[in-house]
Design a protein around this ligand. Structure first.
Ligand SMILES: Cc1ncc(COP(=O)(O)O)c(C=O)c1O
Length: 465
């Protein structure tokens, strides 16, 4: 049935979405040249109807750390289907959820020794929502602290700890929460001292903008939370499972969070799943007696396809040594980015860890280039980076993304299965597009016309992650 439907209707993708889903997003994709009909995915590659291949340095926002359609995950899911399992009985304790929780605790404890209790969710934002509730239950306090530029999902609780007005505006009153500038320990302590803070939640490296904290910030922030009786929550939904060259990103600083949230890659790229991993004593504050045994729950959290996908994903990460690979390939990519920074005046910064890397652009000093920069940046801040993203796609079929709203930062999240060949391909593509961008007019600047026209008519370019 699915095969037939795809066979009959392939190519109607954008029209169907325009009619029944989100027409503005369809328009954005068309303006930036991302309106491709993909028909197949394998590892780090996507294929269109004509058989062209595209190198995916977006990874579905870090869902595809294992690459697309990994045979081990696929086989595990097919086994579950063949077994006719008694899925979602609800009034029982399903085996695969128990085994995945056991495995998650085992791998988590190698990074964060105290964490030994798990709650399964259906997404990253649901894991964050749950973690915020756990923090309130554990501390009896109600306010949340988060960082400026933070991103933890877009449901109302997670939105309350979002650091970007773009996402918050227009949705009314949110939960009590305060944004702290990254690296500002005094601001953090000032808020903690007020005594009403349930937790400080943070991504160890921020997805929006690839902002990496100073080395002392997170360890000191953790200490301050302990001192003032607030929980320290690491949101590793994007950074977890090897993305930054360590299994968990907090390992870079020897952190010991009270709660860690995960999702994305745990799905194996197939079945949505997330988890809250915490200490038993915190878990016990939520589920504290028989009466409150189901006080926080969901319908699909422990679904067997998701559990099998999670088990298979963890097996692949271990067997293919993807964490070590991310560190090695990340070092190669970073070396190349640094070389580009030296070569091109508009590359202002390169940063990140493992295979979560960013490149930031800044205004040029030479007169000719200034005219080009102004031609897009006075229309809307961040359009220069969008121009580079468009060039990478149009001329090299390399998928990337502008990392946040109104910034000139491109983020790279390649699947962790990439090898030297793919890293070098991406670096050569960047080198070429940047060389064109440093020659004004002509070359890549030809794309600016569509972009500017689009920007004047539409607002949002980067899609929410
Ligand atoms: C750090 C972080 N937390 C939470 C989320 C939300 O996850 P989901 O989109 O699965 O709800 C994201 C998504 O990008 C994320 O990057």
């Amino acid at each position: 049935m699915v095969r037939e439907l795809i066979g009959e209707r392939e190519g109607e993708n954008y029209e169907l979405h325009r009619k029944y889903l989100n027409p503005y997003f369809v328009r954005v994709l068309s303006i930036i040249g991302y309106d491709v009909v993909y028909v197949r995915g394998e590892g780090p590659w996507l294929y269109d109807r004509e058989g062209n291949r595209y190198l995916d340095f977006l990874s579905g926002y870090s869902v595809f750390n294992l690459g697309r359609n990994h045979p081990v995950v696929k086989a595990a899911l097919m086994e579950v289907l063949e077994l006719d399992r008694p899925n979602l009985v609800q009034m029982d304790c399903p085996l695969l959820a128990g085994i995945l929780a056991e495995k998650l605790v085992e791998v988590t404890q190698q990074a964060y020794p105290g964490l030994d209790a798990v709650f399964f969710t259906n997404s990253g934002t649901e894991a964050v929502e749950g973690a915020l509730k756990f923090a309130r239950a554990a501390t009896g306090k109600s306010r949340f602290l988060h960082l400026e530029h933070s991103f933890h999902g877009l449901t109302l609780g997670s939105l309350s700890v979002n650091g970007d007005a773009y996402f918050r505006d227009g949705f009314g009153e949110l939960l009590p929460a305060t944004a702290i500038p990254m690296n500002d320990l005094s601001a953090l302590e000032r808020e903690l001292r007020k005594g009403d803070v349930a937790c400080f939640i943070t991504e160890p490296i921020q997805g929006k903008g690839v902002y990496v904290p100073d080395d002392e910030f997170l360890p000191e922030a953790q200490k301050l939370c302990r001192k003032h009786g607030a929980l320290f929550i690491l949101d590793e939904v994007q950074t977890g499972f090897g993305r930054t060259g360590r299994f968990f990103c907090g390992e870079h600083w020897g952190l010991e969070p009270d709660i860690v949230t995960v999702a994305k890659t745990l799905s194996g790229g197939y079945v949505p799943v997330g988890a809250i991993i915490t200490r038993r004593e915190i878990h016990r504050k939520v589920f504290r007696n028989l009466e409150r045994a189901v006080v926080h729950s969901n319908t699909f959290g422990m679904n067997e396809l998701a559990m099998a996908a999670g088990l298979a994903a963890l097996k692949v990460i271990e067997e293919e040594r993807l964490v070590e690979r991310a560190a090695e390939m990340g070092a190669r990519f970073m070396e190349g980015l640094k070389w580009l920074q030296e070569k091109y005046e508009m590359v202002a910064d390169v940063r990140g860890k493992g295979l979560m890397l960013g490149i930031e652009f800044g205004p040029p000093s030479s007169l000719k280039l200034k005219a080009g920069w102004r031609s897009v940046e006075t229309v809307k801040k961040g359009l220069f980076a969008q121009l580079i993203v468009m060039g990478l796609m149009k001329e090299h079929r390399l998928l990337t993304q502008v990392s946040a709203h109104g910034v000139n930062i491109i983020k790279f999240l390649p699947p962790l299965v990439v090898g030297e060949e793919e890293i070098d391909y991406a670096l050569e593509a960047l080198d070429h597009v940047l060389s064109e961008a440093h020659r004004f007019p002509g070359g890549i600047w030809g794309l600016a016309k569509d972009l500017v026209r689009g920007a004047l008519g539409a607002r949002a370019y980067p899609a929410p992650e």
